[in-house]
Design a protein around this ligand. Structure first.
Ligand SMILES: Cc1ncc(C[n+]2csc(CCOP(=O)(O)OP(=O)(O)O)c2C)c(N)n1
Ligand SMILES: [Mg+2]
Length: 308
């Protein structure tokens, strides 16, 4: 019988794998934010707000937590990631590019005809994308299937899935929540990007989802509530989620839509609108200032030759 676990496999590539260096992760998140701003600006469309709220979490996943193989995207032992809030894909594309799944100059071709980087993630086009998403509410169901399959194959890899807070209003999410608990999927970790905003209003105005953590607990999940922009809290929650046995784990991460670019923060306009050329310049200027702060705090990260 075919047993993928018995096959030789590549170790994760790149110096970032498994790092706990918060300064390094903050540096990567800043770089990813610049890519998000540039690529949506170049595309003239896309979803910068929900990409910027998710990017610290995605940076921790791809540069620290996940076992993945950019040089061999189909490696059977890879952890899986499902971006259920598929419109946030500029964030995913940034970390996939930075960790080496494809050349960085692809990023600027976001949403172009024939590009490998479509407006929503496509598993047939983009190396490193394991599930096509964009229709909200479906990702957790797909992740459940992956987690069950990996259990059947006796693989020890894990499945991570990120959902939006507005997405919690989809009924399918709660069917999938029951399923994961019923099957005790402790190889599954969910993350909710709780930025308080959806497409055309706050989540509270459109359809309240609170008390969110309590709901997931009631559905049989172990729940961790964190600030989704603090690397220490993110790493700690991922550790704890990884240690949960007998049930799935959910990280409810409080975030800010548009985080890191002041005029995008809490601004509904940047849910689904790209920055203009002037706004791209202003955003990059702000991110450069943030980089200066980190450079002062952690000069070791910026020694000549260490620049990425
Ligand atoms: C089934 C479905 N309905 C509607 C949409 C259109 N849509 C795209 S993004 C979005 C809002 C999502 O809000 P949230 O889940 O909070 O995402 P975030 O704030 O992280 O961008 C909506 C309604 C969709 N993609 N799929
Ligand atoms: Mg939201």
């Amino acid at each position: 019988m075919h047993n993928p676990a018995a096959e030789p496999h590549q170790e994760p590539a790149g110096a970032w794998a498994g790092t706990r260096d918060e300064g390094f992760l903050r540096k990567m998140a800043l770089e990813a934010r610049r890519h998000i701003v540039r690529m949506t600006g170049a595309a003239g469309s896309g979803h910068p707000g929900g990409s910027l709220s998710a990017i610290d979490l995605l940076t921790a996943l791809y540069f620290s937590e996940m076992r993945h193989y950019p040089g061999n995207p189909q490696e059977p032992r890879r952890d899986r990631f499902v971006l259920s809030k598929g419109h946030g894909c500029p964030a995913l594309y940034a970390v996939l590019g930075m960790t080496g799944y494809f050349p960085m100059d692809e990023l600027i071709r976001l949403r172009k005809l024939g590009s490998i980087l479509q407006g929503h993630p496509c598993m047939l086009k983009t190396p490193g994308v394991d599930m096509s998403t964009g229709s909200l509410g479906q990702g957790l169901s797909a992740a459940n299937g992956m987690a069950l399959a990996q259990r059947l194959d006796r693989l020890d890899n894990r499945v991570f899935v990120m959902m939006g807070d507005g997405e919690q209003q989809e009924g399918q999410v709660w069917e999938a929540a029951m399923t994961a608990a019923h099957y005790k999927l402790d190889n599954l970790v969910g993350i909710i990007d709780y930025n308080g905003m959806q497409i055309d209003g706050t989540v509270t105005e459109v359809m309240e989802i609170a008390p969110l953590a309590e709901k997931w607990k009631a559905f049989g999940w172990e729940v961790f509530e964190i600030d989704g922009h603090r690397m220490d809290e993110i790493l700690d929650a991922l550790d704890k989620a990884g240690a949960v046995t007998g049930k799935p784990a959910m990280i409810v991460a409080r975030t800010v839509k548009g985080k890191g670019v002041s005029f995008m923060e809490h601004n509904l306009k940047f849910h689904g609108n790209a920055p203009t050329a002037d706004q791209v310049a202003a955003a990059l200027e702000e991110l450069e200032q943030a980089e200066q702060v980190l450079r002062t705090e952690r000069p070791d990260l910026y020694r000549a030759g260490d620049e990425q």
